[in-house]
Design a binder for this molecule. Structure first.
Ligand code: HDE
Length: 692
């Protein structure tokens, strides 16, 4: 029988939570304040007095409210939840209890973009961070991953160079949160180990529809260690239960203006609504004696292990079910560190991982202002802590007694060494000369970029080509464009030709390196069937005179499948029903929203409502744009007339229509809409010819 430890973290946090209801305003010293609008002055029109300790304290605290944002991954959003292993089958490989006990382990997950500042838009083309802190019985374990399984560089010493290249250019701090500029592509052109990751970055993976709908990866090869000290190589995978889905680039750019908080809001709202995001954790295991059986190096973080070669074994699931109370205290102050490991999990000699194990602690020291940040509520382990570390800025503990050294007799020898359950570093035999040299086994930069390209569907390939054309189209230096096309030519000749044609670069001649023709089905997002419409958002456009009976029927059919529907009208308030039916509350004023913020649009019956919408350019654009982005477009009764007015075909894939209305609205109408939502988009219909 498994015990639930799910609440241990929340119970600990309760001790720090402050609720200011029914309180009286005071200073930091607890002195009650009876006035908070005017400073203390010598006469009503006279100078402000220095002795006004209340005003000075208030302004001083305000002056110091900001801390440095993360140097990368500054923009993020997070939530609490739990992780639960399915069974104890991994105990053969690891002593990490959270992977084997079946207990609910509390977690905090922070999702992020990489390049942009704290206030940048969510829907930029970028990698997404997917960092999980497991508050386990054996101490905190941090899995600090991304939504792409490889990385730009092989050795941490290149990380400052890469980040400087992708960040806004230093002379004018332009562009914000964009990879489409000269310095990034200059770096790429000169560092071909980036090519595999650049294929991922130019793919739809860089444009997640929702944090709930993206995969996560530990990226590096880590090591599991069992009770006998035997190691097994491991790669970690998170698979979203809602499926892996993306936005289109045109949508992303528009959302960045319409709702820069799009992904953050989606995470928050889905948790508030009880539609909890879920992922399955999977592992790829490789026995130590199989280390050299691959045609790449397991220590090279620019390589995946294709799932066809080593299948992903599901081991547990993650649920996020609670939003933070305070963004700064929790999401901003959480501090992840790749070296936060528990017994049973260890590192490999991946040179990127080794650098990370230095960087994360180092960066928290400046970001959180000293060595005691692990005492911040969100960072505290639920496992007991006892060290001989003392003092420092912001020390919260009042350590009692005379001793803060090991070994001691005056403190009874405490804290004592663990006689069981201590962390033992994996015993690995290492020898070699001190050299600065990249292993020859890291030198194949193109094969897996080719594998990725080969594995894409034609729609995904079109998106990749368009992304390269967009990005290189923003690069001003022609020689950089040419150099990048040269590398693409090594990945796949056809890809290079298609990109070159858009960016004014001469068509490259085929290289001697033929495409190896290998594929990995698991790499294609569109190759995986869309299984569920859960968590999608539908806009119902209506005006006075709409068929409110039909709308209500449809809304409840959608809500039964955890699909959220909102009624949008030219003005807030209530819609007057057409015919029978009751008035209907408007959820959103039409022009405060946009089609890019929804997954589908519905046009209800009601001749008057349809006439109103047909006169409203914003409404017409809304529908045309949803069609252009290959989203389900549905209409019932006289709502179909609006499709005709816009000139959209009624028989196209993903267009769901019925002439029925009100009480007669057939169940198949809702069912077809739900099926189209589950499929996410009607890709065969995507068209640039719609002027929206
Ligand atoms: Fe990070 N990275 N990183 N990174 N990283 C940081 O740590 C770094 C890398 C990742 O939500 C920083 O606390 C180096 C790979 C995530 O708080 C910093 C190298 C992967 C987050 C840092 C890498 C990541 C960070 C900045 C190359 C995917 C956000 C603030 C050697 C597996 C965590 C901070 C959060 C954050 C350094 C490469 C993921 C500076 C030196 C590979 C998800 O320490």
């Amino acid at each position: 029988m498994t015990e639930s430890r799910e609440n241990t973290k929340q119970e600990q946090l309760d001790r720090f939570r402050e609720d200011q209801r029914n309180t009286v305003l005071t200073t930091q010293q607890g002195v009650r304040a009876g006035h908070d609008d005017d400073s203390l002055t010598a006469g009503a029109r006279g100078p402000t007095l220095l002795e006004d300790f209340h005003a000075r304290e208030k302004i001083t605290h305000f002056d110091h409210e900001r801390i440095p944002e993360r140097v990368v991954h500054a923009r993020g959003a997070g939530a609490y939840g739990y992780f639960e292993a399915y069974d104890n089958s991994l105990s053969e490989y690891t002593t990490a209890e959270f992977l084997t006990s079946g207990e609910r382990i509390p977690v905090f997950v922070r999702f992020s973009t990489v390049a942009g500042s704290r206030g940048s838009a969510d829907t930029v083309r970028d990698v997404r961070g997917f960092a999980t802190k497991f508050y386990t019985r054996q101490g905190n374990y941090d899995l600090v991953g991304n939504n792409m399984p490889v990385f730009f560089i092989q050795d941490g010493i290149k990380f400052p160079d890469f980040v400087h290249a992708v960040k806004p250019e230093p002379h004018n701090e332009i562009p914000q949160a964009q990879s489409a500029h000269d310095t990034l592509w200059d770096f790429v052109a000169r560092q071909p180990e980036t090519m595999h990751m650049m294929m991922w970055l130019m793919s739809d993976r860089a444009l997640p529809r929702s944090y709930r709908m993206m995969q996560g990866f530990g990226v590096h090869t880590f090591r599991l260690v069992n009770a006998d000290g035997r190691g097994t190589f491991v790669k970690f995978h998170w698979k979203p239960v809602a499926g892996t889905h993306s936005l289109l680039w045109d949508e992303c750019q528009k959302i960045a203006g319409k709702d820069p908080d799009f992904n953050r809001r989606d995470l928050w709202e889905s948790i508030e609504a009880g539609r909890f995001p879920e992922w399955e954790l999977g592992v790829q295991l490789v026995a130590e004696d199989a280390e050299h059986t691959f045609d790449f190096d397991l220590l090279d973080p620019t390589k995946i292990i294709p799932e066809e070669e080593v299948p992903v074994r599901p081991v547990g699931h993650l649920v996020l079910d609670r939003n933070p109370d305070n963004f700064f205290a929790e999401t901003e102050q959480i501090a992840f560190h790749t070296a936060n490991v528990v017994p049973g999990i260890d590192f490999t000699n991946d040179p990127l991982l080794q650098a990370r194990n230095f960087s994360y602690l180092d960066t928290q020291l400046i970001r959180l202002g000293g060595p005691n940040f692990s005492q911040l509520p969100v960072n505290r382990p639920v496992a007991p802590v006892a060290t001989n570390q003392r003092d420092g800025y912001g020390q919260q503990a009042i350590h009692r007694g005379r001793t803060s050294y090991f070994r001691n007799s005056l403190g009874g020898g405490c804290p004592a060494l663990a006689d069981a359950g201590g962390f033992h570093h994996y015993t690995e035999a290492v020898s070699g000369h001190k050299i600065r040299e990249r292993s020859p086994s890291f030198k194949d930069y193109y094969s897996q970029a080719t594998l990725f390209w080969n594995s894409m569907s034609e729609v995904e390939r079109e998106h990749i080509v368009a992304a390269f054309r967009f990005e290189l189209g923003k690069v001003e230096t022609m020689s950089i464009r040419e150099a990048v096309v040269g590398h693409l030519n090594e990945v796949d000749h056809d890809l290079a030709v298609r990109v070159a044609a858009g960016v004014g670069v001469a068509e490259p001649t085929p290289t001697g390196r033929a495409n190896h023709g290998k594929r990995s089905a698991a790499l294609s997002q569109l190759g995986q069937p869309g299984l569920t419409p859960h968590g999608r958002k539908v806009a119902i456009l209506a005006g006075d005179g709409a068929d409110t009976i039909g709308i209500r029927r449809l809304v409840s059919a959608l809500e039964a499948h955890e699909v959220e529907a909102e009624v949008l009208a030219p003005a807030d308030g209530e819609l007057r029903p057409g015919g029978d039916g009751d008035p209907l509350r408007v959820d959103r004023q039409l022009n405060t929203m946009a089609s890019v913020l929804y997954d589908a649009v519905v046009l209800p019956c009601g001749p008057e409502s349809t006439r109103t919408l047909a006169r409203d350019g914003y409404a017409m654009h809304f529908v045309a744009e949803a069609y252009k982005h290959a989203k389900p477009v549905a209409a019932f009764g006289s709502g179909v007339e609006l499709l005709r007015r816009i000139g959209l075909p009624e028989d196209a894939e993903g267009v769901v229509t019925t002439t029925a209305a009100a009480g007669d609205l057939p169940e198949e109408f809702g069912a077809s809409l739900l099926a189209a939502l589950a499929a996410h988009r009607s890709w065969n219909r995507e068209t640039d010819s719609v002027p929206a």
